[in-house]
Design a protein. Sequence first.
Length: 198
Amino acid sequence: MKRTALGFRMHSGWGVLVAVSGDADSVEVIDRRRIAITDSAMPGANQPYHHAAKLEFAAAERYLADCAAVSERLALAAIEQVIREIEGRDFRIAGAAVILASGRPLPPLAKVLAAHPLIHTAEGQFFRNSIRNACERLKLSIEAIRERELEERGKTIFGNSASRVHLRIESAGKSIGPPWTKDQKIAALGALMILRLK
């Protein structure tokens, strides 16, 4: 049974999931897809903190809790489906990586809702947390990796092979076709790091 790992790079309400196998000399993309983790019927679900900022505080708390429950449920369903399909192809999932932005701690909710830059930070963390919580519920080991640290961590993990890894990830798009954007490449790099470490 071959080993694979998952990588996630999230946006507001959606993200990319990439599953890779191999090493610095042969990166194989096992799966890649766009996953949606919001319910379009919920008003403001793609930008929940923006929507919550318009509500009274108690209503904002309830709304965010409802959005979190829905996003986690949808993330869980999407990841479960990928795991089933990948394991059905005789791969074993070693773990997962979710790519973080700054990853700085947030103040209490009232302060977040009062500051537009913090609203954006909170929304990024909100959707990444949905992925982390879903993976934890599935007993899938997940590591958060800051995007700005990817390059340095890659050098530490892959050593002299780090540049080859980047070339292999870059060229993977030629063989599988589009989409193979920055989102997929970064998710693939995170997954490959997990595969090397596990």
